[in-house]
Design a protein around this ligand. Structure first.
Ligand SMILES: Nc1nc2c(ncn2[C@@H]2O[C@H](COP(=O)(O)OP(=O)(O)OP(=O)(O)O)[C@@H](O)[C@H]2O)c(=O)[nH]1
Ligand SMILES: [Mg+2]
Length: 339
């Protein structure tokens, strides 16, 4: 059995073991989460999402490295990294890009890297990720970086886990920057144009700024124009500060721009705290998890009550246009009889 005290005390082996139990949603994992949960709520959760290949993993490694090595008061922060559905091996690019730094990460006891496989339902992945993040939080990791790929519902769900969401872009991924659609821009607290060593940075930056103007209310646009663009909270007309997502440049392979990125993260956290938004996000986050788990549990329970083939039969009838989707739902919920 897991010794919860060992995990709370930061024992890596116990933590690693329980992460697998949580990921597989076993009863041991569930009961451990039950004991760990009261110890959560301390970590700053940072989501990093963006199109494939924009350099998220490399950037995440650099962010972790800088949290471990930047000069600051006190001990360096403990950092956990959760890579959700990495399409390329997590450290692949980064190890090639910056061998020495990343070696120092993998031997650093203050860093824990966990890759998650995509399996099961969307909701399942979001729940498993939420559980993993809670375990890291309870184990005393102060910074938790969550990397997801793309702009699908899974990323949006997982982004809702985070306090600060960073969306990455890279020049040359086509003028079809629409790849990051308005949906993903809405969740962005910080926009990063990575691979700033490549040509086309300016046009990518410009495209992002234009999309920001479209995505944000008039008041924000006004404020954007009337003040120098900074990433600090800015007073709006009614004097409650508003956050304008800054657009930053990085070269993740070299670490350029990463200190400024850490700065923007700190400013965003301060903004969340000062405005009370942190509590609101915390509440929304837990509500999303509650909702998600409730839906999954209800649907699972209900599926268990279906006779085998009943669902498929209903789908066949639906495809054959014999019933409507609404009728199909009614029928399934009514034990197979059309009301
Ligand atoms: N020139 C340049 N290359 C970079 C930069 N950042 C990352 N790369 C390279 O881009 C490639 C992809 O980097 P990753 O960090 O794996 O990108 P990712 O977004 O995590 O990729 P997926 O997880 O597969 O979506 C690797 O070869 C990196 O070395 C950068 O700032 N400049
Ligand atoms: Mg990656």
């Amino acid at each position: 059995m897991t010794n919860i005290q060992d995990i709370l005390a930061g024992d890596r082996l116990s933590l690693s073991r329980i992460l697998s139990q949580i990921e597989n949603d076993t009863s041991e994992g569930r009961s451990a989460l039950g004991e760990l949960f009261p110890h959560t709520g301390q970590a700053h959760l940072i989501g990093i999402t963006g199109a494939p290949g924009t350099g998220k993993s490399t950037l995440v490694n650099q962010i972790a490295y800088h949290y471990r090595h930047s000069e600051g008061e006190g001990e360096p922060k403990k950092v956990a990294i959760v890579a959700v559905d990495p399409t390329s091996p997590f450290t692949g690019g980064a190890v090639l890009g910056d061998r020495i730094r990343m070696q120092s990460l993998s031997s650093d006891k203050g860093v824990f890297i966990r890759s998650m496989a995509t399996r099961g339902s969307l909701g399942g992945l979001a729940n498993a990720t939420a559980g993993i993040v809670q375990a890291f939080d309870a184990a005393g990791f102060e910074i938790i970086l969550i990397e997801t790929v793309g702009a699908g519902q899974a990323e949006i769900d997982i982004a809702h886990l985070a306090h600060t969401t960073i969306v990455t872009e890279a020049p040359g991924l086509g003028d079809d920057i629409q790849a990051i659609k308005a949906g993903i821009l809405e969740i962005a607290d910080i926009l990063v144009v990575n691979k700033a060593d490549r040509s086309g940075v300016e046009s990518t930056e410009r495209a992002l700024l234009n999309m920001l103007k479209l995505a944000h209310p008039v008041k924000r646009i006004f404020s954007h124009h009337s003040r120098p663009a900074t990433n600090s909270p800015q007073p709006s007309e009614n004097d409650s500060p508003i956050w304008i997502p800054p657009v930053l440049r990085t070269v993740a392979t070299e670490g350029a721009g990463v200190p400024e990125l850490l700065d923007a993260i700190a400013k965003h956290r301060a903004y969340l705290q000062e405005t009370g938004e942190l509590e609101l996000r915390e509440r929304a986050r837990l509500e999303a998890e509650l909702d998600n788990r409730l839906q999954n549990t209800l649907v699972d329970r209900w599926r268990d009550t279906l006779k085998s083939g009943q669902y498929e039969k209903m789908l066949d009838e639906l495809v054959a246009r014999q019933i409507t989707p609404y009728q199909a739902v009614q029928t399934l919920l009514n034990g197979g009889k059309l009301k």
